[in-house]
Design a protein around this ligand. Structure first.
Ligand code: FAD
Length: 106
């Protein structure tokens, strides 16, 4: 079976990197593509308990993808939901772009 932590780290890297390159003003097609992608991702995620919870989350908190900022924040909130479930510290979502797109300034 996959290593759930290693799978998670690389999956969050992929997802937040997709958010970082998502258009600031997406077309209708780009918005529907990201919503379909997230829905399918949540179905195919190869950790079934994770996938089941994530599918429920997407049903409850529908994907927001009207802009890069909106999608980046939606994803950050989704990741925080998993952080809370696992007893990890939550991440300050005002910093998602600094973490995943522009880079930390230090
Ligand atoms: P990760 O949570 O993997 O985070 C990687 C890096 O992302 C962090 O170092 C930090 O810099 C940054 N980061 C942290 N939080 C945020 C945020 N909110 N927004 C932006 N950046 C952030 N594991 C389970 O055991 N059970 C589950 O049910 C489960 N469900 C998951 C569902 C999904 C969709 C995914 C992608 C992963 C899931 N995981 C689950 C894995 C889990 O989320 C972690 O990836 C894993 O526990 C390793 O955690 P980590 O502490 O290394 O950091």
């Amino acid at each position: 079976p996959p290593d759930v932590a290693a799978l998670g780290q690389s999956s969050w890297t992929l997802l937040h990197s997709i958010a970082a390159t998502y258009p600031t003003t997406p077309t209708t097609t780009e918005q529907s593509d990201i919503k379909s992608f997230m829905k399918l991702f949540s179905k195919l995620y190869p950790c079934w308990v994770c996938a089941e919870d994530f599918q429920h989350y997407i049903q409850k908190k529908e994907v927001r993808a009207g802009s890069r900022d909106e999608f980046g924040n939606w994803l950050c909130e989704a990741h925080n939901e998993v952080n809370k479930k696992l007893g990890k510290a939550t991440f300050d979502c005002s910093k998602w772009e600094e973490r995943w797109r522009t880079g930390w300034k230090d």
